[in-house]
Write a protein that binds this ligand. Structure first.
Ligand code: ZN
Length: 298
């Protein structure tokens, strides 16, 4: 009898251990100021991240401007999270908050620069180093070189020229550049991305940066970095230029690279399976997976 109860107790422990889900990675989306519709995109980003099963997601929304009485009180606590996803393109933060983000990443935190987040903080050297490349936001030739694909390598190209641009929105092909990187492993060599802006002519310090995926710009006739991984201090940064508006967020390729990139930024690993063969293809149309937005909690 005693042996039977011990056996039962042991079995119960085993079942608990096997059934217990791994702890979710805590993720914080930052928004509140953006020349893009963050009010519409953040709930979809949240849905995409949660759909992966890997993340629990909170949102921290800044006051609408720095004259707002709550501006100085807005103090998201980065250290509570494994990764911060920025959907913010707006006014400079109070120095204390800006420095808190930079030291969070420097000390091993994960950061994801999503679409126009790379337009933000153009005059902040540490932020530009974190995201590798950026555009607009007062950036110019002094912000750093372009990255240009020459003889199979990404090389810095100095010289005059704009910093940031895009043509009309279209579906376009993304090419995998780093197939062995955890974010890209198992993804097809090429896939059709949903209707989006194709950013071109980004410039920046581009230190410790790996281009993971790129696309051919009709404007520059150059391959332009679309997906990037940057190491910054002990931290990791995933930079996706993709995701202008909801059509782009419906793209399976956008979703897969966002969730894999966010997990890598948080942990340095990717546990999510790659799409099955045929799910993400080179076209003729982009594979779409519309996900229901999560209603804002406030
Ligand atoms: Zn845009």
């Amino acid at each position: 009898m005693k042996q039977a109860s011990l056996f039962l107790a042991a079995s119960a422990l085993l079942v608990t251990a096997v059934c217990a889900e791994p702890a979710k990675i805590k993720c914080l989306i930052i928004d509140g100021q953006n020349n893009h519709s963050w009010q519409e995109t953040t709930p979809v980003l949240k849905a995409i991240l949660e759909h992966s099963g890997v993340f629990s997601v909170d949102v921290s929304t800044s006051p609408p401007n720095n004259a707002n009485p709550d501006w100085a009180k807005w103090q998201p606590h980065f250290a509570d999270y494994g990764v911060i996803v920025s959907n913010y393109n707006g006014q400079a933060w109070p120095k204390e908050l800006h420095d808190a983000l930079v030291s969070y990443v420097k000390n091993g935190g994960g950061f994801v620069s999503y679409h126009a987040a790379d337009n933000s903080f153009g005059d902040q050297a540490d932020y530009n180093e974190m995201i590798g490349l950026g555009g607009w936001g007062g950036r110019n030739a002094k912000s750093g070189p372009y990255l240009r694909l020459r003889d199979g390598e990404w090389r810095p190209l100095d010289g005059p020229g704009p910093c940031g641009g895009h043509g009309p929105q279209n579906e376009f092909i993304i090419e995998t550049f780093a197939p062995e990187h955890p974010i890209m492993k198992g993804l097809p060599a090429q896939w059709m991305h949903a209707k989006d802006e194709l950013y071109h002519s980004l410039r920046g310090p581009a230190k410790n940066l790996s281009v993971l995926g790129h696309a051919l710009s009709e404007q520059t006739k150059e391959q332009e970095p679309m997906l990037m991984a940057i190491s910054y201090g002990k931290g990791r940064v995933f930079h996706t230029t993709l995701g202008h508006y909801l059509e782009a967020l419906d793209g399976l390729g956008f979703q897969v690279t966002l969730t894999r990139g966010t997990e890598w930024a948080a942990t340095g690993k990717v546990t999510q399976p790659a799409p099955k063969p045929g799910e993400l293809t080179a076209g003729p149309k982009a594979a779409l997976r519309p996900l229901k937005p999560v209603p804002p909690s406030k």
